[in-house]
Design a protein around this ligand. Structure first.
Ligand code: 6GU
Length: 260
């Protein structure tokens, strides 16, 4: 899979992309993540990506022209020079029309915004099946509405709280998608996932030592009775889900029929 990330803070992703499983997946070629600095598509001396809102009001709005130019470049593998400052659709190096244009057919393109639909494991699974993802990180108070219309195929929020930008959400999505790509998790882990009873929070886990500050391990876990262990885990998972995420049980929302 290829993932392109458009952001004004490409440096933000150094940690998430170079750590742990995501770094290993990239080194193995399971995923090709490319970072793009949105300022490469600006036209003015100050490299502005934002401007005041029409109609007035507080805060700044991310410019549609910059975001459309950046998206068309990245979708078509064209350099910024091919799309910067173009009001019309770009032509590629041979003068041929581009394959992908704003408002037309385009790769799966996620715009991160608190007004989007929440990121769930169901959406992560769907996105993990794509050959390409383009992730657009918003900043400031919002994004020109025409970007939502012409660039986004999906609008996604990390949850019901306000961040300063979409970078954290994009990093979360990369990590969630990459761990589902073929060959990224070990066999044991993927098998465990398949056999997991759906729709519940995880049961409690224990490892050594057998006693910690006077607290012992539930005896069933050391009984060697696999059926009893499975029943105990299932009961604890249901208990916990009912207590903290009843929405997962009643089908009115949440992550849907997926393990969380
Ligand atoms: Cl994707 N962006 C911002 N700015 N705030 C958020 C969010 C995204 N998701 C939840 N809060």
């Amino acid at each position: 899979m290829r993932i392109d990330v458009l952001t004004i803070f490409p440096g933000y992703f150094a940690g998430p992309l170079d750590t742990s499983l995501v770094a290993t997946a990239r080194a193995r070629g399971a995923v090709d993540v490319r970072l793009h600095d949105l300022r490469d598509w600006t036209t003015d001396r100050h490299r502005s990506v934002d401007d005041a809102p029409y109609g007035g009001g507080a805060g700044m709005v991310m410019r549609g022209d910059v975001l459309v130019a950046a998206a068309e470049s990245v979708w078509n593998d064209l350099p910024p020079s091919a799309t910067v400052g173009t009001a019309a659709a770009p032509a590629d190096v041979d003068g041929a029309p581009p394959r992908y244009v704003a408002g037309g057919p385009r790769p799966r393109t996620v715009v991160f915004t608190p007004r989007g639909r929440p990121l769930t494991q169901a959406l992560v699974r769907e996105l993990a099946d794509e050959d390409r993802l383009v992730l657009v990180c918003g900043r400031y108070e919002g994004i020109d509405e025409r970007v939502h219309e012409l660039v986004a195929t999906d609008e996604v929020s990390l949850g019901d709280y306000v961040l300063m930008g979409g970078e954290v959400a994009a990093a979360a999505m990369v990590e969630a998608v990459v761990r589902l790509l073929p060959g990224v998790l070990g066999n044991a882990a993927s098998a465990a996932e398949e056999s997991f009873e759906g729709g519940l929070l995880e049961h409690p886990l224990y490892t050594r030592p057998p006693e910690l500050r006077g607290r012992t391990v539930p005896p069933v876990l050391t009984s060697g009775d696999h059926a009893a262990v499975a029943a105990w885990r299932r009961a604890r998972a249901e208990e916990r889900t009912r207590a903290v995420r009843p929405d997962l049980l009643d089908g009115t929302g949440g992550a849907g029929p997926e393990e969380v």
